[in-house]
Design a protein around this ligand. Structure first.
Ligand code: NAD
Length: 479
């Protein structure tokens, strides 16, 4: 029980105007799917939200055909200036409907409303504004003399940041002059379907963006479709590997944004108060469903006990519960399958000899929940130090020298992100230089900006999203 009591402060759902059933968004209109439709539920109480169409191979074919027609007839012929106007319009409509989108996202995904409202949705708008600005400046981006779009992009995204991942995919693709067929994850299709309404409101020419719902089979049909020129995937390393094999030799361009097991390195001279907040944000933001989460804390041995004690005290103040409550810090785990995986890996952590501590919070009766958890006495060989748990679980390891910290941080098959906490600028530069990670934060964590490229090394995938680099992934010969 926390020492401060909070009255419930639920965000109203009245702003939502949901349909009972959603079709596929193809050629500017919703239409029935020919696959077996499925339900999307709220992970906080397992209640039904809406019935969602599933795209069969024939539907995927229709969506790609619509994207091809739109590419040939309108989008590839339109000036960058006009493309930019559509993107600005979409960005403004996202801002106008921000509250509705945030409520839908928290309902369908389980993330706290304060995160969807203050992080996800504002970043979605920022991404569209940013790439709107690039649409008429491709010639000046240093990406070749006459940069040309690739054609039809087939994009598949995960459930952890449903609308933000959609923005990361669609905004640069359209700015560069491509048309799109995108598939949201099967547990979180809702915000993408509301986004389809925004595209109608923006009067985007039919077929420029097509949104098809369904599970892995739909995604697989999309990335294998012979008339897709570019495949962009964000998701697990296993599926990414499969897609890389399927696409090899087909002439399609490919970007893969996969998993991670980031080291968050805290030196003894770090500003401890900020570091504690940064560690908490690094792994407990979005229930740890973050590919770049700081899931391995590497703390200098001399301050280990102090850091762990302060972390436990801070975690004891976090409020877990209703994602739509404005006071909630930790929302629901997105699905039963993900909860099972987090439980299994945590059990393995205990069995392998690490010491488990979970924050004392009341777990609601229904829905999928996992208390913020810390493992200490973790060895580099433990599964919880190697596998991506993708949940609110932090593994704490120690080091004595900067060299040891770097060696341990790089001892992972992944290479997506890392964090460094120290008072010394020179140490930040020296350590960052030797870390094999695509994104490195210093004295902060989980900061995103559309102007800053994001992506990984090794099993975290290849290609960059965001910034000028993100445009290159959608232009011929530029990537
Ligand atoms: P997932 O790979 O199971 O699913 C991702 C998407 O791929 C979903 O839309 C799914 O329906 C689809 N899919 C599944 N099988 C497919 C197939 N054979 N062919 C084509 N599409 C298929 O991953 P997930 O569980 O949804 O997401 C969690 C994973 O995503 C984590 O490993 C996380 O690290 C990673 N992730 C990475 C980033 C990044 O930017 N690097 C961002 C978010 C999530």
């Amino acid at each position: 029980m926390s020492f401060l009591e909070y009255a419930p402060a639920p965000e109203s759902r009245a702003i939502l105007n949901l349909r009972d059933e959603y079709g596929l968004f193809i050629d500017g209109e919703f239409r029935a799917g020919s696959g077996e439709s499925f339900a999307t539920i709220s992970p906080a109480d397992e209640k039904h939200i809406a019935t969602i169409a599933a795209a069969s191979e024939a539907d995927v074919d229709a969506a790609v055909a619509a994207a091809r027609r739109a590419y040939d007839k309108t989008w590839s012929k339109m000036s960058g200036r006009d493309r930019g106007k559509y993107l600005f319009r979409i960005a403004r409509l996202v801002q106008e409907r921000a509250r509705e989108l945030a409520v839908a996202e928290s309902l369908d995904n389980g993330k706290p409303i304060k995160e969807s409202r203050d992080v996800d949705v504002p970043l979605v708008a920022a991404w569209f504004f940013y790439y709107a600005g690039w649409a008429d400046k491709l010639d000046y981006a240093g990406l070749g003399a006459d940069p040309r779009s690739l054609g039809v992009a087939g994009q598949v995204i995960p459930w952890n940041f449903p609308l933000l991942m959609l923005a990361w995919k669609i905004a640069p693709a359209l700015a560069a002059g491509n048309t799109v067929v995108i598939k949201p994850a099967e547990t979180t299709p809702l915000s993408a379907l509301i986004f389809a309404e925004i595209l109608q409101q923006a009067d985007l020419p039919p077929g420029v963006v097509n949104i098809i719902t369904g599970a892995g089979a739909t995604g697989s049909a999309l990335v294998r479709h012979p008339d897709v020129n570019k495949v962009a995937f964000t998701g697990s390393t296993g599926v990414g590997r499969e897609i890389a094999k399927a696409v090899a030799g087909s002439g399609k361009s490919l970007t893969l944004e996969l998993g991670g097991k980031a080291a968050n390195i805290v030196f003894e001279d770090a500003p401890i108060d900020q570091a504690i907040e940064g560690i908490v944000n690094g792994i407990f933001f979005n229930q740890g469903h973050v590919c770049c989460a700081g899931s391995r804390l590497l703390v200098q041995e001399s301050i280990h006990d102090e850091v762990v004690e302060r972390l436990k005290s801070r975690l004891s103040t976090l409020r877990l519960g209703d994602p739509l409550d404005k006071n909630t810090d930790i929302g629901a785990i997105n699905s039963r399958a993900q909860l099972d995986r987090i439980r299994e890996l945590s059990q393995i952590g205990e069995d392998e000899g690490a010491e488990r501590w979970s924050a004392p919070c009341v777990i609601p009766e229904n829905g999928f929940w996992f208390a913020p958890t810390i493992f200490t006495n973790v060895q580099a060989s433990h599964r919880i130090a190697r596998d991506e748990i993708f949940g609110p679980v932090l593994s704490v390891l120690t080091f004595r020298t900067p060299g040891e910290a770097i060696e341990k941080a790089n001892n992972t098959p992944y290479g997506l992100s890392a964090g460094i906490w120290t008072d010394k600028g020179s140490r930040i530069l020296a350590v960052a230089d030797r870390l094999r990670a695509g994104v490195i934060w210093a004295n902060t964590f989980n900061r995103f900006d559309p102007a800053s490229p994001f992506g990984g090394y090794k099993e975290s995938g290849y290609g960059r999203e965001g910034g000028r680099h993100g445009l290159a992934a959608y232009l011929k010969g530029a990537a």
